[in-house]
Ligand binder design. Structure first.
Ligand SMILES: O=C(O)CCC(=O)C(=O)O
Length: 252
């Protein structure tokens, strides 16, 4: 098991996008930690599809407002990527079972501290709409490196800026590093919708956001290129650094 993730993930891409080959592969993988949700819980797949529709709409509205707030004339410049039929958005369900306290240390330091359920990382996509049950565990990292717990509230969405949004806003919005901890008494469940563009979408900054005083920070890249780079790194590594412009390359 990946040490950075003690939880269980279920992953769904829209069912109609499965090829025969993918379906066969998914069936073979039913006992693995990553399974295709609609195959395992077919009776829930319409509820999941409705949920995905709703959170996608929410993500689009937020992105439109964000573009407006940044004075970008084309307010759907970001949301268009998610609305695209080939959008690579996914939903993941995480389950962090309670981890029993293993208090064997002789020294007096508390050894029942929460274990990492999902290691420190930023989300690579554009925006994440996260919902959880009433069990805490999510923490976000501030600029100074301090970790701040996010109060769990099943009636609230937590919205994470992803790496692509950081690139597309030329660093105005910064992707948030976060992690999830387990506890010793209650399961945490969370459900994350990762809004992503189509694989071949070119990730660039709207021209209005670039000026001589704010030159482009990142080279243009496609989501497929970014994913490939991300898979070659570890969960907690910073991926955007790979696409940063050198000083002499920065253009206004
Ligand atoms: O469970 C959580 O709150 C965090 C989940 C998360 O970071 C993820 O799925 O990428």
């Amino acid at each position: 098991m990946d040490k950075a993730n003690l939880g269980t993930s279920f992953r769904q891409i829209t069912p109609q996008k499965f090829s025969e080959q993918q379906l066969e592969k998914a069936k073979e993988k039913q006992s693995s930690r990553v399974v295709f949700f609609s195959l395992v819980f077919p009776e829930h797949s319409s509820a999941v599809s409705a949920y995905i529709e709703a959170v996608r709409e929410l993500a689009c509205e937020l992105l439109d407002l964000l573009a407006e707030g940044l004075w970008v004339p084309d307010r759907s410049v970001f949301s268009r990527l998610i609305r695209d039929v080939d959008s690579d958005s996914i939903i993941r369900l995480n389950h962090y079972p309670p981890m029993p306290m293993l208090c064997q240390d002789k020294d007096s330091s508390p050894c029942n501290q929460n274990k990492v359920g999902f290691g420190e990382h930023s989300d690579p996509q554009i925006l994440t709409i996260l919902r959880s049950n009433d069990v805490g565990g999510l923490q976000i990292s501030l600029n100074d490196g301090a970790w701040v717990p996010v109060t769990p509230d099943p009636a609230t969405f937590c919205v994470n800026v992803g790496d692509l949004l950081q690139a597309m806003t030329n660093g105005r919005f910064v992707s948030v590093r976060h992690k999830a901890l387990t506890n010793s008494y209650k399961s945490r469940m969370s459900m994350a919708y990762f809004a992503a563009p189509p694989p071949d979408a070119r990730i660039t900054v709207p021209p209005e956001m670039i000026s001589p005083t704010k030159p482009a920070l990142y080279k243009p890249f496609t989501w497929a290129e970014f994913k490939k780079a991300a898979f070659a790194l570890r969960l907690g590594d910073s991926r955007l650094g790979l696409f940063r412009m050198e000083c002499d390359e920065q253009v206004a």
